[in-house]
Ligand binder design. Structure first.
Ligand code: CTP
Ligand code: CA
Length: 227
């Protein structure tokens, strides 16, 4: 019921959300990416807007419609996502990093399509991408910073480690191998780990409800922006 006519408890907040995968070119027609659908990040953007926030959604390539009242910035590579997010950081009061960012990229993408009949490479040399969230944590002033942790095992300990290592206020963990959870699904089973050490394991629910549960926790932890 709360999700259908939510209270305007994010009025005055400017929420910067990232969503979807990033794509790293191998050549002009091929890329490295991951299985992110963008559904969780879009649900967060939609929920924040419904609760009265101004929302900018920096999104990698997805098949989803931009939620009502949300301003979208479309990107493909990790570098483009990094630039768009740092460019909006000073504007924002809350940053929610739901994107599944590529950790590696081809070190030397080919300028032309690699042909199968030529001497095609049998291995791909990779280099690390920038860790956007760590960089945002370094640059932030008063922004409330939320990260995600996509894991296949030891969810709680990995989520706690990411909270500490990246200097975040809140981490949303999900086991991407759990049935009905993670990539592509309309539902998610998340845990919330916050900087006070509180750990909440939520049951399996729609990504829409999970987004509202996450925003409820943000509202509890962050001082209200309204004067
Ligand atoms: N993230 C990021 N930039 C990257 C990689 C990840 O900003 N280059 C962000 C994600 O958007 C997420 C958080 O960092 O909010 C954790 O991402 P995750 O992939 O779970 O962890 P990593 O730190 O990348 O470590 P690993 O993949 O090895 O578990
Ligand atoms: Ca990663």
């Amino acid at each position: 019921i709360e999700a259908l006519s939510p209270r305007q408890d994010f009025m005055g907040e400017r929420v910067l959300v990232s969503a979807g995968p990033t794509q790293e070119p191998i050549d002009p027609v091929r890329y490295l990416s991951n299985r992110s659908s963008g559904k969780m990040g879009y649900a967060v953007a939609e929920a924040a807007a419904a609760r009265g926030a101004e929302v900018v959604l920096v999104t990698g390539p997805t098949a989803l419609a931009i939620p009502p009242g949300v301003q979208a910035v479309a990107v493909k590579t990790t570098e483009e996502m990094h630039k768009a997010l740092t460019g909006h950081l000073a504007w924002s009061t809350i940053v929610i990093m739901a994107a599944a960012v590529a950790d590696f990229r081809p070190a030397r993408p080919a300028g032309q399509k690699i042909k199968k009949d030529a001497k095609f490479p049998t291995a791909l040399e990779l280099e690390p991408t920038v860790d956007i969230l760590t960089d945002l944590a370094d640059r932030r002033t008063t922004q409330f910073l939320v990260g995600f942790a996509a894991e296949t095992q030891d969810l709680v300990s990995h989520a706690q480690a990411k909270l500490k290592k990246k200097g975040l206020d809140l981490v949303v963990g999900n086991n991407v191998l759990t049935e009905g959870s993670g990539f592509g699904s309309d539902t998610n089973q998340i845990i919330l780990v916050d900087r006070t050490g509180r750990l909440t394991e939520l049951p399996l629910m729609s990504k829409r409800m999970a987004a509202h549960a996450l925003l409820d926790r943000v509202r509890e932890l962050k001082p209200d922006n309204r004067v």
